[in-house]
Design a protein around this ligand. Sequence first.
Ligand code: SAH
Length: 239
Amino acid sequence: MAFRASVLTLYPEMFPGPLGASLAGEGLRTGLWSLETHQIREHGIGRHRNVDDTPAGGGAGMVLRCDVLAAAIDAAVPENDTRPRLLMSPRGRPLSQRMVRDYVAGEGVVIVCGRFEGVDERVIEGRGLTEVSVGDYILSGGEMAAMVLLDACVRLIPGVMGKEASGTEESFENGLLEYPHYTRPREWEGRGLPEALLSGDHARIARWRRERAEQITRERRPDLLNPSPLGGEGGSAKR
Ligand code: SAH
C-alpha cells in the first residue's frame, strides 16, 4: 500500500506547497504517495472555534488546547490506524535518515503541527504522540518541519526518484558524509578534476571517494564516527 501522510494543522493551505513540485509532486499526482490535511480549527470551541488558551501557571504566549487537538486527531485517524503519530517539536528526537527509512518501510505517518508556544502536554500523553525535531532552532510552526520530514520520506519511495534514488551512497547512509562531486567542464577557472576520477580505474575511484568521505566526516562531523555511548543519532544510519 502506498505511503499515506495525514497532517493536522491550522494552516492546511500551506500543503502540499513544495511537496507538490518536482518529483515529489509527480509522485503525489501519480499516487505513489498520498497527502491529506485536516484543519484543527474545525474542532475549535464555540462560535469562534478557539483552539488555544493562556498557559496554566502564567507566562507569555498561547497553548494549543488538548481537547481540541484530541478531537481533531480522533476525527482524522481511525483507532486501528497503525501509522506512527508524530508531533513536530523542538523537544523531539532529532530526525535522522534512519528514522526516515523506518517511516517509509511502514504505511505512512500522521503528523501534528504545533503552533504558538506549543501544545498542552496531556494530549501528547493521551494520544501517544512521538515528538520529532528537525533541528536545534525554533520555527514558528510545525508545518515546515512536517514538510522536511515528508520530503525526506517521499524521495525514498520506490518510483519517486527513478534511477537517481540509488540512495545507498548518500550522506548518512553508510555513517559518513558524502564524497565531493564533479562534472564537466574538465577545467574551470584554473581548477582541474581530481586525478583519480580521470583514471578509469573503478577500484581506485572507489578508494578515493571512500578516503575523501572519511576525511570530510572527520573534519566536519566527528560525532558521526564516534557516536556517544549514551545515545543520540551519531553514526545512526548503520544501526
Ligand atoms: N515554545 C516552544 C517552541 C514553539 S514553536 C519551545 O520552546 O520548545 C511552535 C511550534 O513550531 C512547535 O509547537 C512545533 O510544532 C514547531 N516547531 C518549532 N521548532 C521546531 C523544530 N525545531 N522541529 C520541529 N518542530 C518545530
